[in-house]
Design a binder for this molecule. Structure first.
Ligand code: MG
Length: 493
């Protein structure tokens, strides 16, 4: 893919860095799934040490990177390599080793503390850790440098070049449009009221069989993919041939685990369909979290929550969950698509979901900008939930403690979820030109959809920046109009 000796050298030097990332992602996966809790300290120590080796290895690329910058006539692959290496170099040149180590160690330790705090709904357990993490993240932002707001430096780590101005440009028309849609749904009542199935308990074994059928429908491979259980569902890619997801079984309201599986499969399919020539290079990943999330949200909502998918799944549901027989397929479709203000982000419907993100975005900006103290966050959270979403949490597990992100130091991550929804709207719109998606789902023929995504988005890995890839594959950049149009068509007609 490259005939240039400088680029070749960079790719060679990158291999051990890839191996360190590989090891770190296995560590993280294990931390969230099977690791005994008291191992958090030693795991944090090990992760911190690995991060230091990683920093040193990246810094070794400095000379070749500046040579590479002067090269002319490079192809897209070569330009992509340089773009990614420059980003890694910027980070590790500006953030000193003590901070790299401390951030990694603290966030590893904090994740088990958060889990316990969430279980007991007790903010005071997590508070000292969050205090430390916010302090470290502020320092990180200062070291990285930023214009206008320190939060910009943190968002850039997840979504290249994204600023609060870009986010506001997406969020403000989106929120206005969603509020209108929500109020029209509320007055029509058809997708609104609570549903009995939300309280019906299920057996975990039966539910696991349903999820296996979901994996079968989506055509998930069995030799390069696996599924486990964790507190917070996630996808972890160790390599292009080792992609793992998790789900959780909460014991009632069976749709939650199904949609988390479909969601994470969307992430997994992305990684599994990246061109294998990019393996062991800095390009063997999606270009940003917003792009990645667009894939999970596309599968979860545009495919999974469609009428056709409900039809596909209905026989399996009836077979494994006897209580489903009391409900028609149309009722199940409604249960999958209820729209009204709720407390938990990951279980939120397509319309109100983005309000949850706005709350987190505003809270994080206050924390990082120094406008709010950590101790004030639970109350600010509850007030904002009431303002934006329209419900007030009754306990902290359903409020400020519900998400894993802050314990892992992932501040600046949340906005990419809404960008993912927006981009998923763009994907669906563009795909319609080439495929009759609803018809394919109705027939259970998912492979043309996967192929389309592979050819237009997945196979490129991180060769293009998030903006370049959107322009190239979707003909637009972070434009919320398509999502709004889709929601209007689905819920208002
Ligand atoms: Mg996701």
């Amino acid at each position: 893919m490259s005939k240039n000796p400088v680029i070749d050298q960079i790719v060679d030097t990158y291999r051990p860095i890839w191996a360190l990332n590989h090891a770190a992602s296995l560590f993280e996966w294990d931390l969230e799934t099977y690791m005994p809790v008291d191992a958090a300290k030693s795991r944090g120590f090990a992760q911190g040490q690995l991060a230091l080796i990683q920093q040193q290895k990246v810094l070794n690329l400095t000379e070749n990177a500046s040579k590479a910058e002067k090269l002319d006539g490079l192809n897209d692959y070569e330009k992509g390599i340089i773009r990614k290496i420059k980003r890694a170099l910027k980070y590790y040149t500006k953030v000193p080793p003590e901070l790299v180590e401390k951030l990694t160690r603290t966030t590893t330790e904090a994740s088990v503390v958060w889990r316990e705090a969430r279980k007991r709904s007790d903010f005071s357990l997590f508070e000292p850790y969050l205090e430390k993490i916010v302090q470290l993240k502020r320092k990180e932002a200062d070291k990285l440098g930023y214009e206008a707001h320190p939060y910009n430096a943190l968002m850039d780590l997840f979504e290249e070049d994204l600023t609060t101005r870009d986010v506001d440009k997406v969020f403000s028309p989106l929120v206005t449009a969603l509020k209108k849609i929500l109020s029209r749904i509320e007055s029509s009542k058809s997708f609104r009221s609570n549903h009995k199935l939300e309280d019906v308990a299920y057996g975990e074994e039966a539910m696991k069989r349903v999820n296996q059928e979901v994996l079968r429908i989506l055509g998930m491979p069995d030799k390069t993919f696996r599924m486990d259980v964790s507190t917070h569902p996630f996808t972890s890619s160790m390599s292009l041939d080792d992609v793992r997801i998790t789900t959780r079984y909460e014991g009632k309201s069976f749709r939650e685990t199904i949609f988390s599986v479909i969601h994470e499969c969307g992430h997994a399919l992305y990684d599994l369909q990246i061109d294998h020539s990019l393996e062991y290079t800095p390009l063997g990943d999606g270009p940003s979290l917003g792009i990645h999330e667009s894939q999970s949200r596309f599968w979860e909502n545009f495919v999974g929550r469609s009428r056709e998918f409900t039809n596909l799944l209905y026989p399996t549901l009836k077979k494994n969950l006897p209580f489903v027989s009391e409900y028609s397929e149309g009722e199940i479709y409604k249960y999958f698509n209820l729209v009204r203000p709720t407390l938990i982000r990951v279980a939120a419907d397509e319309v109100t979901y983005n309000f949850h993100i706005v709350v987190r975005y505003e809270v994080e900006k206050k924390l990082i900008g120094g406008e709010a103290k950590v101790s004030e966050i639970p109350e600010i959270w509850d007030d904002m939930m009431e303002d934006y979403v329209g419900v007030r949490p009754q306990n902290l597990a359903e409020g400020v403690l519900q998400d894993v992100h802050w314990s892992g130091g992932m501040i600046g991550y949340f906005p990419t979820y809404s960008l993912g929804n927006v981009i998923a709207g763009m994907v669906s719109n563009r795909m319609k030109r080439d495929l009759n998606v609803q018809d394919l789902i109705a027939r259970g023929d998912i492979s043309p959809i996967k192929l389309w995504l592979r050819e237009n988005i997945h196979k490129w890995g991180a060769i293009y920046s998030p903006r370049e890839l959107q322009k190239k594959a979707l003909g637009d950049v972070y434009n919320p109009e398509y999502l709004v149009k889709y929601l209007e068509e689905k819920y208002l007609t």
